[in-house]
Ligand binder design. Sequence first.
Ligand code: ABU
Length: 466
Amino acid sequence: MHKDLVLFSQLCDVLLAEEIKNPVTKPLVANGLIEQLDLKLNDHPTLDNDFQEILVELIKSTPKTASKSFFNQLFGGRIGKSTLGELLSVMFNNSMYTYKVAGPQVLIEKEVIKNICQLAGYPVNSGGTLAPGGSMSNMMGIIMARDAKNPNIRDEGHSNKMTMYSSEASHYSISKNAALIGIGRNQVRLIKTNHKGEMSVSHLNAAIQNDIENGFEPFFVNATAGTTVLGAFDDIMAISKVCKKFKLWLHVDGAYCGGVIFSTKYKHLSYGLEASDSFSLNAHKMLGTPLSCSIILTKHKEQLHHSFANEADYLYQTEDDEYNLGKTSLQCGRRNDALKLWTLWKSVGTYGIEKIVDHQFQLAETARNYVKSNPDYTLYSFENSISVCFNYRDIPADELCTALYENAKLMVGYGNFNGETFIRLVTINTAVDHDDIIAFFKTLESYITSHKFPIYNHEKQQVSSR
Ligand code: ABU
C-alpha cells in the first residue's frame, strides 16, 4: 500500500507540472485510443514500470479541469484543503448509511447540512443529505414533492396525471427525472422565460390553473438559482406565492449558483429561498470542491425520511434513524461527499468561502467589461451572472470553441438562448485570476488572427440593449 501511495504522490507531481506546461490537453481521436494508451485489460499482470508509464500517459492525455485554461463547464480548478478531504474519504472508505460504520463522518455531514440550512434561511429542524450529482438532488426534491402530494404513492404507485413546472431555461434533469420516476416527460410544463432567462411567473400561474381545470394534478415547481446557460436567477419569492396559492412543493435548483447564500453581497439573488420546500446546491460548482458534492436540503425533514427510508434489519443494527443516514438517502453504499466541503469550510471559515464566491462574480465583471469595451464582441448575458456569453466578430461559436479545443488553446463551450448561439465563458474556476481572464481573450483573438479564421461581420453589435 505504501508503495502505491508513493507512486500516487509522484503521479500527482506529473499532473501538477502538466497543468502548467500543457494546460489544454491536445485531444486524441477516441476511436483507436484504447490501443494507443494501452487501456485494454489483459489476463496477465502488467509490470510495475509499464504500469507507471501507462498512468503517466493517461495523465498527459486527460483533459485538465484544474488548469487556468479551463472554462468549459460549471466547475473547475482545485482547492488543496478540499482535495485533501476528498482523498481522506477515499482512504477512510466508510459508507454513510450507518453510524456503526461511519462514526464521526455522520456528524461531519450533519454539521455541513445544518450550517447550509441556516444560510438558506431554513428552520432549525430542517434536514438534508448528499446525492451523486445535481440531477439526483433534483430527483430527490421531485420525489419528496410527489410523496407529499400523495403519501400512498410509495406503496401503490400513482394513477393520476401529475404535472410539474420548470422554466424552459432550467436544467434538463427536471424532464429526465420526470421520465425516470414515472411521471412522464409530457407532464412537465416548460414555462416561458423573459429576455434574461428568468421564469415568467404569470405564465407559471396560468399553466397551473389550466392544468387544474383540465383534470391534472400539479405537485411540483422548480425555480432555478443560476440557469445552466445564462446563469439567471428566477424570482423565488414571486414563484413561492404561486406555489402557496396552489399548495405546491417549491424546489430551488441551486446546483450552479446556489452558493450565493455564502455571500453578503450576492445572496439577494436567491431572495425568497427561505420560502421554498427544498433546495439543491452543488458545492463542486460555486464552492470549488472536487466532484461531486451535491447537497439537497429540505424544511420537511420528516418528508425526507418518509420518501427514502426502507427497513433492512441486516443493515440498521445500532443507533436510531437520526444517525443512520441510509434512512434518508437515495443510495445504499455512499462515500462521505460532505468531508471535502467540511475540510474546506473548517480551514477557511464561512468568510473564506464567501471570498471564493465573490471572486467568481469579480472575474465575470472583468470578462463582461472586456467584451463591452471591445467593438469586435457582442455580449448576450447580464449583470450578476458568472456565465459570460458572447460572440467574437460573428464567428460561429460552435466552430470557434471546437477549433480552440482541437488546437489545445482553450477549453470553453457554447450555449443557445432565444435562437442565438454564443460562447459561454464560465468564471467558476477557482484557479483563475483577473489576468487569466484577459489572457483568455488574448488567446482567442491571437488564435483567430494566426489561423485566418473566416470572419463574418466586423461591425460592432448593440450590446447596451442586451
Ligand atoms: N449540470 C451540468 C451542466 C453542464 C454544463 O452546462 O456545463
